[in-house]
Design a protein around this ligand. Structure first.
Ligand code: SF4
Length: 319
C-alpha cells in the first residue's frame, strides 16, 4: 500500500540497499539548559536523561553500548538471505547536545566508531548526531565533515516549535533563527540534516504545529522527527501538569494536527518518526491505548479522508 506520506524504512532501503536500524548511544554529554550556561533543569519537557537512554550514567562504556547495539541489530538481520549485504546500523548519538563538548572530547567520542568503520563490509552505514542549533560550532562541523569522508553523517537539530515565544516558555533558549542558521551551516558542509518538532507544546496550538512544519519545509531539512507532547516524570512540566496547567493531546486530536503538519512539509522530506516513545514507568500523560502503528494507520486514513498527502499544502520554496 502506498502511504500518503514518506516514511523512513523504505528510504533507508533505497539509500543503503538493506534494512537499517538505530543503535542509540549515550556519550554522557550535557547541554546549556542544564549546566547553567543558559538555564538549569533543562527544557521543561526533558527528563534528566536528556531525552536519551541514560546508559552513560549507569556506567555503560560507549564502546560496550555500541557493541551491544550492533549485536542486537545483527540479530534482527537473522532472516536475511546469506550472501547479501546484511543488516545496517545507524550509530545514533541521542542523549543531550552531543556537540556541546570540547572538540577533543567530540573526537574521543567519535573515535569509538573507528573499529567498526574500518570493518568491511561495514555494519554502520550512517552516524547521527543529535544536538542543539546553538551548540554547533564551526570546529564541531569540521570534525563531522572529516567523519563524513568515511561514513554518512546526519546532524539532528531540535527546533521543537517555530514560535520563539513558546521556545522561551519551555525554556529552550534558542530561536528559530538559530535553527535556520544551523541548518544552513550543516548543509554548507554537505551533511544531511534532520529537524525535530513537538506538537502540542503549551501555547503553541494547532496553528503553531502548522507554522513549525512550514519552517521545517523552508529550511529543506532532509528528515523530520515529530511527536506529541509527552509529560514525563522528573521534568519541570510534571508539576504544572499535576496542577492542571498543562493539557496534552488525545490521539485523534494529535492525528488531526499531524495531518496539518505533514501536509505542510515538503513532499521529499522523510518522516523519521511520527510518534513519541517513553518508558511506561516515566510517562504521565497522555496515556494512549494504542500502538505506534495505529497512529501511522490513523494518519494515512486522515489524509485519505481529506484527499491530500504530504506536501499538499507546502508553500512554494523561497516563500
Ligand atoms: S531537550 Fe535537549 S536541550 Fe533541552 S534540556 Fe533536554 S538535552 Fe537539553
Amino acid at each position: 500500500m502506498t502511504l500518503p506520506y514518506r516514511t523512513l524504512q523504505p528510504w533507508l532501503l533505497e539509500r543503503f540497499g538493506r534494512p537499517v536500524h538505530r543503535v542509540a548511544l549515550d556519550a554522557g554529554s550535557t547541554c546549556p539548559n542544564r549546566d547553567g550556561t543558559k538555564g538549569y533543569g533543562g527544557c521543561t519537557y526533558c527528563d534528566v536523561e536528556g531525552s536519551g537512554t541514560g546508559a552513560f550514567k549507569t556506567g555503560a562504556e560507549l564502546s560496550v553500548q555500541l557493541a551491544d547495539g550492533l549485536a542486537r541489530v545483527a540479530r534482527r538481520g537473522g532472516d536475511l538471505p546469506p550472501g547479501g549485504p546484511g543488516v545496517g546500523a545507524i550509530a545514533y548519538f541521542q542523549s543531550y547536545s552531543n556537540t556541546y563538548v570540547a572538540i577533543a572530547r567530540l573526537r574521543e567520542v567519535l573515535a569509538v566508531l573507528d573499529p567498526v568503520l574500518d570493518r568491511r563490509p561495514g555494519a554502520v552505514v550512517a552516524v547521527a548526531i543529535a544536538t542543539r542549533p546553538d551548540t554547533l560550532s564551526e570546529e564541531a562541523l569540521d570534525v563531522l565533515a572529516e567523519l563524513a569522508r568515511r561514513v554518512e553523517v546526519w546532524v539532528e537539530l531540535g527546533l521543537e516549535t517555530a514560535d520563539d515565544e513558546v521556545q522561551r516558555s519551555i525554556r529552550r533558549f534558542h530561536t528559530l533563527a538559530d535553527f535556520e542558521d544551523a541548518v544552513r551551516r550543516v548543509h554548507a558542509r554537505g551533511l544531511l540534516c534532520v529537524g525535530h518538532a513537538i506538537l502540542g507544546l503549551p501555547g503553541d496550538g494547532r496553528e503553531g504545529a502548522r507554522r513549525t512544519a512550514e519552517a521545517l519545509a523552508r529550511t529543506g531539512v532532509a528528515g523530520v522527527k515529530v511527536h506529541h507532547l509527552m509529560v514525563l516524570r522528573r521534568t519541570q512540566m510534571e508539576k504544572a501538569w499535576r496542577e492542571g496547567r498543562i493539557a496534552t493531546l488525545a490521539v485523534d486530536e494529535y492525528v488531526d494536527w499531524l495531518g496539518d503538519f505533514v501536509e505542510r512539509l515538503g513532499p521529499e522530506q522523510v518522516l523519521h518518526r511520527i510518534t513519541g516513545d517513553a518508558a511506561p514507568a516515566d510517562l504521565l500523560a497522555p496515556i494512549w491505548d494504542v500502538e505506534k502503528n495505529v497512529v501511522r494507520e490513523k494518519l494515512a486514513a486522515e489524509l485519505d479522508r481529506r484527499g491530500t498527502r504530504q506536501g499538499a499544502r507546502a508553500l512554494p520554496r523561497g516563500s
